[in-house]
Design a protein around this ligand. Sequence first.
Ligand SMILES: [Zn+2]
Length: 327
Amino acid sequence: MHRDKNIVASDHYRRQNWGMRTLTCSLLLLIPGFGCGSPGTLAPKNAVQILCTTEMLAGPMRTLCGPHADVTSLMGAGVDPHLYKPSPRDVQRILDADLVLFHGHHLEGRMGEILGGHGGEHREASNRRFIAICERIDDQRLIRSSAGTIDPHLWMDISLWQDVIEQMELVLSELDPDHREYFRSAAATLDEELALLDEQVMQMLAMIPEERRILVTAHDAFGYFGRRYRLEVMGIQGISTESEASIDRVNTLVATLSERNVPAVFVESTVPERNIRALIEGCSSLGHSLEIGGVLFSDAPGPVGSGAARWRDMVLHDARVISEALR
Ligand SMILES: [Zn+2]
């Protein structure tokens, strides 16, 4: 594999540390629940190491890379990226990776210091690359809150995430030009599959009657989803779970849900249910029966076996749950 000359500098570091990593992996494998790398990874041990912050990035990245890189993610099922703080082991994984791919736009709110915060792309002194891939998308296409903050939940609109995946392909082709054709072909196949998935989600949600097209969730993760698939979206918390919900916000939502006779609201797998419960109680006191329509996977996929363990299955799962509850 031809390697980007800027990355070769880290090879020496990695070779030196390979023995220690192998030993550490061996020790960790003795502990239930621990493993090194992704199960089923085909990449050879000297393959380019790509570390993504979330599975929303890592899933498509694995598809694009095939056997030509070892792609892992920091955050697994049920982990809230807004609140995630890296462990010492995560910091070591960040230091070991040739490429660290993150969302940016402050999605990884508490990892800012390590990832370099806002700024698109930078290199560490040791030449490891850090890329905020979503910051490569034109701001004009992104949603801003009233406070001017960019909504970082781009993966909830499949068509927009297709454009992010196109950016991933460009990054890979620059990183490993010898396999450019492989990446291009994998990206084209994935793009076709995602166009069909986008259409499927569109049709599923089109079945909700006009007056019921209101999606209320624990936090504002569905702005892009609502824009793409024509739902009015209201979150109890804002676009980050770092800020708490206000009583005023809960009261406003209770009034809206009751007035418009909305049948269901939704829990998110990464956010505690207490605010959703407050809505249900508030509506009940006004004589409106509000139900939990189901659990949505917004900021992290579901566990293996949930049917939503990959990014694309998360979105499909959410569309199915929302469509069934609001129809
Ligand atoms: Zn979020």
